[in-house]
Design a protein around this ligand. Sequence first.
Ligand code: FAD
Length: 380
Amino acid sequence: MPDFTLTEEQKEIRELAHKFAVAEILPVARKLDETHEFPHEVFRKALEVGLLNVNIPAEYGGAGMGMLEEALINEELGWACSGVGAGMEVNNLSNWPILLAGSPELKKKYLPKVVEGWKGAYALTEPEAGSDVAGIQTTARLDGDHYVISGSKQFITNGSVADFYCVFAYTNRAARYGGMSCFVVERGWKGVKVGKKEDKLGQRASDTVAMEFDEVRVPRENLLGQEGDGFRIAMQVFDRSRPAISALAVGVARRAMEESVKYANERKAFGKPIGDLQAVAFMIAEMSINIDAARLLVWRAATMAERGEKCAREAAIAKAFAADMCMKVTTDAVQVFGGYGYSREYPVEKLMRDAKIFQIYEGTSQVQRVIIARELLKPH
Ligand SMILES: Cc1cc2nc3c(=O)[nH]c(=O)nc-3n(C[C@H](O)[C@H](O)[C@H](O)COP(=O)(O)OP(=O)(O)OC[C@H]3O[C@@H](n4cnc5c(N)ncnc54)[C@H](O)[C@@H]3O)c2cc1C
């Protein structure tokens, strides 16, 4: 088992992230939820204090933090606004394919730009293929020293603000999983088109758009790894992105619990604070049990991913548990607040709306169970 004692440095990182969340995210979270604006200013400040792109190694100018540090930061971001946190996390997510499979030249070309402020997006999902990754239709055809990428992508976080995209496409469709490849595509290249922005239930500060890659000519050297490595890259990224996203969910749930505790101590019914009613107190106790359990699962998966250990099952367990837990805790928080919980004047309805997407993106809660079962049942 990993050692879960945080070092002094890790505690400082968490403290920095919390202070940033309180000072820079909390004051604008409600407005961003209402206006659906992208938080450019928050991103700029996060870059300044070193909370963006934390997974880029020092040799490229980055902070070179590990997965556990990323989880600590994300819990604080999620606590303040998971829409903002999701956008920031997608920068880490879109660095991963380059970090895991990029050539030394590609790393030298793109990672320092990201450190300077380039935003990234991760373009895997398509209108007809979400859970069924192998069902994507986008193709990349070799033409001289370029690949020509054609296809549509759907629900791409940071899509309209990104400077580069990690795009998944078939170089050999007949080979199915073994014929998928991943490319770094720059925003400015001809044929990269940003489509409709989604009007979402929650996490409205994150930017989610449809995209079109219309005969985009991509230099051959922008292929990540070899032709056919795309699916393997996507799976390796999931092992890292699932704990990171789950940490945002833990943050949302922790905030919901803290708001519930405060309200339960203040609100009176039948002549005493509602926190004195066992039905309410037990709801809060359940929140605490499940938040702690989720955090430990997230830290376990993050630590294993950081050590390079095989952790598809552990990452899926963390994601499934944290997402379902977050939905339950935020729904119960609305319950603790009674009618006021349903009002936009109080913070918990936003937390409940924000929570739902954790059960859908980075693999749905059903898909996580498919993975966990497959890992347990596959022949050894
Ligand atoms: C806000 C938001 C942001 C997103 N950001 C990104 C992004 O940055 N990049 C990106 O590439 N994608 C992104 N996505 C896409 C997201 O990952 C997919 O929506 C998700 O994987 C589900 O795919 P789908 O929507 O096509 O649903 P489907 O795959 O059509 O699933 C529909 C239902 O069927 C169930 N189902 C499907 N297959 C199985 C199975 N084998 N067993 C059991 N149940 C199954 C699902 O659990 C679900 O309940 C984002 C989505 C949203 C909404």
